[in-house]
Design a protein around this ligand. Structure first.
Ligand SMILES: C[S@@+](CC[C@H](N)C(=O)[O-])C[C@H]1O[C@@H](n2cnc3c(N)ncnc32)[C@H](O)[C@@H]1O
Length: 273
């Protein structure tokens, strides 16, 4: 591997090289909040869509007694998730499974899950309508769909949007909480918007960013690389994180909960704001 390889590899390959843990927006705090907001017991059957390397499924199984099935289209993510699962304790191993599958064709019967955890994954799907109709099919009546997408609370300057888009290699469309609620509403009336909870992300001081970068440079598989390659990794990782940090002045995430509504209900006029 050379300096040029580091400079030219895609963002996804660069993150894979660093082996950074993929978390749902808000990480453990989001998962803890979901447990506080939604009743989950030993009979609760959960689907984790876009389970990636397993963070959400594993954490949910550690703090609830639920049964959890994770699906992801990426074979390498699923094998990494299975590896982490095999290293966890018995009561986690007995309640969690991972499989390679698409949200467009979920390999479970209809009316099967009490809760679908779709973290930040739906934003990565081109055909959101197909995925959301599949969520509806496999959810039990009155079952919950939970999303926790990254959402902008303040409109970012166009230069910020362009810089982030360039880093991740895809044009981002800054979405607000309302945009996400409208997206699901427009796709199906059979989902009732239940509630949302916005959270702001706070930018870190530059020393914390430096420490975070150093943490990656000390990983066993990185520290054995040549000095010039490590310098290139440091340069690229710092410049990415500085842009992301600036973006965090405008960015947050929202926990958004919908329910599969099996009956027609009257609208409610007087609601709290
Ligand atoms: C950012 S990660 C999500 C990580 C984490 N679960 C979360 O809650 O944010 C997005 C994941 O969605 C997966 N993904 C994208 N399209 C998918 C699809 N159609 N079906 C299943 N998984 C998909 C990707 O492979 C990736 O692992």
């Amino acid at each position: 591997m050379t300096e040029d390889d580091i400079d030219q590899m895609s963002y996804t390959d660069f993150i894979a090289l660093l082996d950074e843990t993929n978390r749902c927006p808000g990480g453990k705090k989001t998962i803890r909040r979901i447990r506080e907001l939604i009743h989950i017991d030993g009979k609760t059957n959960i689907l984790d869509v876009g389970s990636n390397t397993g963070f959400t499924s594993l954490e949910l199984s550690r703090i609830t007694p639920a049964k959890i099935s994770g699906i992801d289209i990426s074979e390498s993510c699923v094998s990494q998730a299975e590896k982490s699962l095999s290293e966890d304790i018995g009561s986690v191993r007995s309640r969690v499974t991972f499989q390679v599958a698409s949200s467009y064709n979920i390999p479970f019967p209809g009316d099967n899950f009490d809760l679908i955890m779709a973290g930040g994954a739906t934003g990565f799907m081109d055909d959101k309508s197909k995925a959301i109709h599949e969520y509806l099919r496999v959810l039990k009546p009155w079952g919950f769909l939970v999303m926790s997408p990254l959402t902008y609370h303040t409109q970012p300057p166009q230069k910020m949007v362009d810089d982030v888009s360039e880093i991740i290699g895809t044009t981002i469309k800054p979405m607000t909480t309302k945009d996400w609620i409208n997206t699901v509403d427009e796709i199906s009336e059979d989902f009732e918007f239940y509630f949302s909870e916005p959270h702001k992300l706070s930018p870190r001081i530059s020393e914390e960013i430096d420490e975070y970068v150093d943490y990656f440079l000390k990983k066993d598989h990185i520290k054995i690389l040549s000095e010039s390659v490590k310098d290139a990794i440091k340069r690229r990782w710092l410049s990415i994180l500085r842009v992301f940090n600036e973006n965090h002045k405008y960015l947050g995430y929202s926990i958004i909960v919908f329910r599969k509504r099996p009956v027609v209900e009257e609208p409610e006029l007087f609601r709290s704001t």
